[in-house]
Each structure stands twice: as structure tokens, then as C-alpha cells.
Design a protein around this ligand. Sequence first.
Ligand code: SF4
Length: 292
Amino acid sequence: MADSVIKITIAADAGYCFGVRDAVSLAYEMAERHGEVYMLGHIVHNETVVKDLEQAGARVVKRLSDVPADKPVLFRAHGTAVSTWEEAQELSMNIADATCPLVRDIHNEVRQLEQAGYRIIIIGDHGHDEVIGIASQVEKAEVVATAEEARRLGKLKRAGVVSQSTQTLENVQAIVNILMSKVYDLRFINTICFPTKRNQEQIKDLAANNDLILIIGSFTSANSKRLAQLALERNENSYQVTGAQDINPRWLDGVATVGISAGASTPDSIIAAVTKEIEKLAQRQNKDVSYG
Ligand code: SF4
């Protein structure tokens, strides 16, 4: 008979968001139909998915000119700069557009804000593809990544603010608070996407109510790192893992409840493998597993 039970709770929205799921499916579909499909950078920040896609015929190139004339190019979920769209259209390329509709909404918002005379501020990571894509929609945009950067801004008469879709509410709130004291006419549109909001709310709840927290995601995924940071702020027994192989068996010592979440670029297969590994480790400690 088992000594005790470990309860595992997996966040309801752990893993692929619908935007990434659709983009990955489109990449497989195009690769199958055309033999190969080309992308300007990886479609998701996850090594396992990237490897599997490569085997299926999805290739990554640096420039559009590297794409063979008879093969399609796939524009990724987090959007593509206007100049790249124009170049592809001039070259009459076969474009498979996987831009997430929620990213397209952000593009529309900044264009409207600019037309209404607002100076554009994007809360997001410098150099991130999504941020570059948003900024390219307008003539001029300022990217602000942190509260420190916001503090360095001068006074402004009118500013329209949006955020990268995967920002944390905490970072956006901190920056908007500072902007309120600097901008006379401030318009803020909360463009953190709803799958990100849900995932962040769920991890806060899990971190507060479980002994051990595991966030599954590549260390190149900003979204996974943000989830790990939110968990760690609430539960010091939180770890980011890329897969089952990263789990230290000692993390389970004295643990009765485990909360699991995963970034938007983590496939279901890796979440399942991590869960299985916990079951195996629990068995070794003569514990049963239940699911919350
Ligand atoms: S994180 Fe949000 S905005 Fe980005 S692809 Fe997923 S659903 Fe779309």
C-alpha cells in the first residue's frame, strides 16, 4: 500500500495557445503540400517542435531571397514587419500567413492611435519579432521594456500605449503608472492577449496553492520565462524545465501537491512526458498520484 498521495494539478490552459497551434498546423500542412515550407526564424521557441518540423520539411532561413522560387514562405504567429510583407509581395511569393488574429488587432490599434495623433509607445522586449512587427505599422514608435526605461522618458503631450501580447500584467501596470505622471493625454489599450492573461492567472493561483511548481518551456521562450518568474515570486519551490529529463527527483521530497504549467510554445507531448515522469518518481517514493 502507498504511504501517501501526490496530487498533480495541470493549469487548464498550459501549453500551446490557439495562435501557435494554428501556425504549427499550417506549417505541417504547407510542408506536406509543397514538400517544403520556409520561415524567417523558428515558428515556436521549442527545440523539440523545431526538430520535428525540420524533419517534416519546414526550413528556417534568414532572408526571403534564401527561399527557393517554387516554395511557400510562412509568416509566423507573432507577426511580420511591413517591409518584409512588401518585399514578399514584390517577389510574388506564395505567402502562408499564420499571423495570430490577436496580433493583427494590435497592429490595427497602433495604426488608429497614430492616425488620431498619438505618439506610439509599445511595452515590450527590444528586438522581439512581435514588437518589431507592431512598430513597423506606424511611422515612429518607442519601445519601453521596463519601469526604469519608462522613468527615463520625458514629458509628453499625447501618447497611445499598447503592449506585446505576452507581457505580464505587473510589468505593464508598473510602466503605465509611470507614464500617467509624464503624459498629459494618455490612451492605454490593454493588448496582452487573453490566452496569456489566463495562463498567468492560473500560474499565480497554482503557485499559491501547491508545494512544488514546474513550468515547462524552453529557456529561449520569453513567455515560459515570464510564467516561471510569476511562479517564483509566489513560491520559492518553483522550477522551469524543458522536459522530463530536467526534473530533479529530490524536488519531490516531502511534497504533497505539484502544480504544472507550460509556455505557449510547449507541445502537449512534453507536458504529458513531464506528468508521466512525476508519476514514476512518486511511485519510487511509494506514493500514489491523483489529479486535481
Ligand atoms: S500568445 Fe496570444 S497573441 Fe501570441 S499567438 Fe498566442 S494567442 Fe496569439
